[in-house]
Design a protein around this ligand. Structure first.
Ligand SMILES: Nc1ncnc2c1ncn2[C@@H]1O[C@H](COP(=O)(O)OP(=O)(O)OP(=O)(O)O)[C@@H](O)[C@H]1O
Length: 369
C-alpha cells in the first residue's frame, strides 16, 4: 500500500495540532519522511510478507551454509534460532543483498535481493553480530555519521541520533569515545545505528551476545518495543531459545542450513494436558511435594517429577483427566494443610522442539545402523 506525500503532510499537520506528550517517535518518523526527499512512498508492512525465501541455498567450497530454505515471515518480531553455524548470519547477508545466493530466490519487503540490494538497505536496518565500532569516536558522532550515510540531512541526522540514543538508553555517555564502553553499551550503539534511518524492518544478529542476564532482559525489552512502540518489524537471531520465547511473535528454527520449523510462538508453546503443581512446605510436612505425591498415589494417581524441565524447581507433573483431577488436587493439598502455590496447565517450551528433533534424528540413525 502506498501513501502520497500529500497524505503525509495532512497527517503531520494533525499530529502538530494534537499534543502528543514529551516525545513522540511516530511524529519524528513522519517529520523525517517529510524531510527526506528520497522517501516518496511509504510502504506499510501490515498484512504483507516481510521476508520470503524460496529454495534458498548458499554453498561455500567446504560447507553448505543454507540448504533449500523456503520460509515466509510476516510483520512483528520474528526469532531466527539455530545453533552456531546453522546459517543465520549467512541468511541475513543474503537478505541484505550483500552476498549472492548460490540457488533459489528471496524477497525483502517485496524487493528481490538479487537485484534490489540498495533499495532493501535503504529500508532495512542491520545490527551485525561482531564488534565493529570505531573506538575513538563517540556514540553521537558515529550514529550521526551512519544517519548521514543513509541520506538524512545534517539537522535531521543530529535530531534523529539524539532521539535514537535516548531510546536505547544512552544518555551522557553518548559523548564519550566508544572504546571505553561496556559490552552492553556497545550493543546499544549498534542497535541505535540500525534504527537511526527509520527503517521498516531491522535485522539484529545476536544482539544479546556477551550480555549478563540483566543486560539481556533490557536488550530484549528494547527489541520488543522497536515493534510495539514504533511499528518496525524485527528479525532477531539467537542461539538461546528461552529469550526468543518471551520476545518473539514468531519463531523460525534452522539447523544445518535447513528449515526445521516455522510457526507462531503460541503454537510452539501450546498448552498440554499436563498439570504442574507446586505446594508449600510446613513443619508437619517439611517436604510438601513428597507428601502430595504420596497422597495422590494412595488415591491411584501417579505423578512425575518436573525438576529436569526448564524452570521447574519443586514441581509435580500429572496428566489432567478433567475437572475431577483439579478437585482431587485441591482436596489432597487442603487435607495435608499445605498451601497451593501453583496449579496450571503446562506449556511446551521451544527447547522441546529441538529435543524432539534430536530424538527423531537419533532414532533415524539408530534404525539406519
Ligand atoms: N565466507 C565464508 N566462507 C566459508 N564458509 C563460511 C563463510 N561464512 C560462513 N561460512 C560457514 O557457513 C556456515 C554457517 O555460518 P553462519 O555464520 O551463517 O552461521 P550462524 O548460524 O550465523 O552461526 P554463528 O552464530 O556462529 O555466526 C558455517 O559452517 C560457517 O563456517
Amino acid at each position: 500500500m502506498g501513501t502520497t506525500p500529500a497524505g503525509l503532510t495532512a497527517r503531520l499537520f494533525d499530529l502538530r495540532v494534537t499534543p502528543t506528550g514529551p516525545y513522540d517517535w511516530r511524529l519524528t518518523r513522519r517529520q523525517l519522511f517529510g524531510l527526506t526527499t528520497a522517501v516518496v512512498h511509504v510502504t506499510t508492512v501490515d498484512d504483507v510478507t516481510v521476508i520470503a525465501t524460496e529454495s534458498l541455498s548458499k554453498r561455500f567450497p567446504r560447507v553448505t551454509a543454507l540448504d533449500r530454505l523456503s520460509v515466509d515471515v510476516g510483520p512483528g518480531v520474528t526469532g531466527l534460532v539455530g545453533a552456531n553455524g546453522a546459517g543465520k548470519s549467512t541468511l541475513i547477508k543474503i537478505l541484505l543483498g550483500l552476498s549472492p545466493a548460490t540457488e533459489g530466490r528471496a524477497e525483502v519487503l517485496g524487493l528481490d535481493v538479487a537485484t534490489k540490494g540498495g533499495a532493501i538497505r535503504e529500508r532495512v536496518g542491520y545490527m551485525p553480530e561482531h564488534d565493529c565500532l570505531p573506538p575513538d569516536v563517540s556514540a553521537t558522532e558515529f550514529v550521526v555519521h551512519m544517519a548521514r550515510m543513509s541520506g538524512l540531512p545534517p539537522a535531521a541526522a543530529r535530531e534523529r541520533t539524539a532521539d535514537t540514543l535516548r531510546h536505547v538508553g544512552l544518555y551522557e555517555e553518548r559523548y564519550r569515545p566508544i572504546g571505553g564502553y561496556s559490552t552492553g553499551m556497545k550493543q546499544r550503539v549498534k542497535l541505535a545505528q540500525a534504527l537511526v534511518h527509520d527503517p521498516q524492518l531491522v535485522f539484529l544478529d545476536e544482539p544479546t551476545n556477551g550480555l549478563d542476564p540483566v543486560g539481556r532482559d533490557e536488550m530484549l525489552g528494547l527489541i520488543r518495543r522497536v515493534y510495539t512502540d514504533f511499528g518496525i518489524s524485527v528479525l532477531v537471531t539467537s542461539h538461546l531459545l528461552g529469550e526468543l520465547e518471551r520476545t518473539c511473535d514468531h519463531v523460525v528454527v534452522v539447523d544445518g542450513g535447513k528449515l526445521l520449523r516455522s510457526s507462531s510462538t503460541r503454537d510452539f508453546t501450546q498448552t498440554t494436558t499436563t498439570l504442574a503443581i507446586e505446594v508449600t512446605d510446613t513443619d508437619e510436612h517439611p517436604d510438601g511435594t513428597r507428601a502430595v505425591r504420596d497422597a495422590l498415589l494412595a488415591r491411584g494417581v501417579s505423578t512425575h517429577d518436573g525438576s529436569g524441565l526448564p524452570g521447574a524447581g519443586h514441581i509435580l507433573l500429572l496428566t489432567a483427566e478433567g475437572e475431577q483431577t483439579y478437585d482431587l488436587i485441591r482436596d489432597v493439598v487442603a487435607d495435608l494443610g499445605l498451601g497451593l502455590v501453583r496449579m496450571e496447565q503446562r506449556r511446551h517450551h521451544i527447547a522441546e522442539v529441538f529435543k524432539d528433533s534430536d530424538d527423531q534424528r537419533k532414532e533415524a540413525v539408530g534404525h539406519g545402523g
